[in-house]
Design a protein around this ligand. Structure first.
Ligand SMILES: NC(=O)c1ccc[n+]([C@@H]2O[C@H](COP(=O)([O-])OP(=O)(O)OC[C@H]3O[C@@H](n4cnc5c(N)ncnc54)[C@H](O)[C@@H]3O)[C@@H](O)[C@H]2O)c1
Length: 248
């Protein structure tokens, strides 16, 4: 029997990058997978690709996590299609980097609304069904810069540090209902988000990593799978760093 047979997982922002690798990993392990994208077409295409590769039952949903209405509707659609929502992976995230004095208020708000408020809204939307089930897992994708801070990323670092606080508070609040809440903190992962960095910056970051350079999105998916499975049933409120030793 596969690890997640009979379980439903919803992964936000899963049309590419880390979210897509996470969705694929769950599908390979027998889960029913809900993939979400900011466009309905991209979400449907990504879901179809995961289904073709694995044979898993999938659903593609358009979801903007900064919209409360979208979040509750995504969970309703999941429940309608698959009957339960067992695992939520809050992966959707954006950057709008700039130095403090040049950072526009709207760029601060956009990053906080997507990365932090989005995770709050999604957690709120799944809380009731998970509480009824008396079981569930919520995994928040934070970042090494939420732990260390980063010049030029005041908005992003604040959102990711906020996610760690959210993780710990929800872990305490939901533990009596059998819901475990943890975070994964990636370091430097090869995705579209980091492709946007200059070669110089990529080199500089790689130089700070004892294991030598970026990882692939699958390395993050492995950690999410662990924190969602039976092997982590006594772990809650933790931040699992997957960063090649970049921050210890
Ligand atoms: N790549 C890295 O090195 C790295 C390091 C640490 C943390 N992370 C985090 O991992 C997560 C995934 O990042 P990635 O590197 O795969 O980047 P990515 O840009 O490839 O993927 C981000 C996903 O989020 C989606 N998204 C953006 N705004 C959204 C919104 N308002 N509502 C719903 N979805 C939205 C995008 O459509 C995309 O699918 C992010 O939370 C990111 O902050 C990435």
């Amino acid at each position: 029997m596969k690890l997640f047979e009979g379980k439903t997982v919803l992964v936000t922002g899963s049309t590419r990058g880390i979210g897509n690798a996470v969705a694929l990993a769950f599908a390979r392990e027998g889960a029913k997978v809900v993939l979400t994208g900011t466009s309905a077409v991209k979400a449907a295409e990504a879901a179809q690709a995961v289904s073709s590769a694995t044979g898993a039952e999938v659903l593609g949903i358009e979801l903007k996590v900064d919209s409360a209405a979208d979040c509750s509707s995504a969970v309703e659609k999941t429940l309608k299609a698959f009957g339960s929502v067992d695992i939520l992976v809050n992966n959707a995230g954006i950057t709008r980097d700039n130095l403090l004095i040049r950072m526009k208020e709207e760029d601060y708000d956009a990053v906080l609304n997507t990365n932090l408020k989005g995770a709050f809204l999604m957690a709120k939307a799944v809380a009731r069904p998970m509480m009824k089930q008396r079981s569930g897992r919520i995994i928040n994708i934070t970042s090494v810069v939420g732990q260390t801070g980063q010049a030029g990323q005041a908005n992003y670092s604040a959102s990711k540090a906020g996610l760690i606080g959210l993780t710990k508070s929800l872990a305490r609040e939901l533990a009596p209902r059998g819901i475990l809440v943890n975070a994964v903190a990636p370091g430097f992962v090869r995705t579209a988000m980091t492709d946007a960095l200059s070669e110089d910056v990529k080199k500089e970051i790689s130089g700070m990593i004892p294991l030598g350079g970026p990882c692939e999105p699958e390395a993050i998916a492995d950690a999410v799978i662990f924190l969602s499975g039976p092997g982590s049933s006594y772990i809650t409120g933790q931040v699992l760093a997957v960063n090649g030793g970049m921050y210890m």
